[in-house]
Design a binder for this molecule. Sequence first.
Ligand SMILES: [Zn+2]
Length: 151
Amino acid sequence: MKKDMFFMNIAFQEACIAFHKNEIPIGAVMIHNNFVIAKAHNLTEKSKNITAHAEIIVLNLASHYLEKKYMTECTLYVTIEPCVMCAGALFLSRMGRLVYGASNHSNLGFLGYGIRLHPKTTFSSGIMEQQCKLLMKKFFLSIRRKKKKIK
Ligand SMILES: [Zn+2]
């Protein structure tokens, strides 16, 4: 639990970086043998690429680092419940363990679609849930405010 908090906090810091770049504030870290081997945040706005989710970027970095396509010995920490695309990628990567902070309330979370993770993936949620959720809320509120100002 203490370890989960520690690594989720790193993912949360990534989410904060995204927030300050006006990206949807989601961050992720990949852990292998208790080491952070990759960390990333959402970059869909800057890259103009809908697949530039934190989880996908982290998967790519981790594969490159480990020179492996399967993540069976890794744990992924992500601040928000992965979307359908990311859950699919995590399935294919045979993720060892997935830990997420808060549920995705925009109806994009994989659980809402009845999508299952790989049978060998264990998962937990609710680590730093409030912080992760609040950061998202703050982000979408600020976007709404900006849109109102434009009108
Ligand atoms: Zn995603």
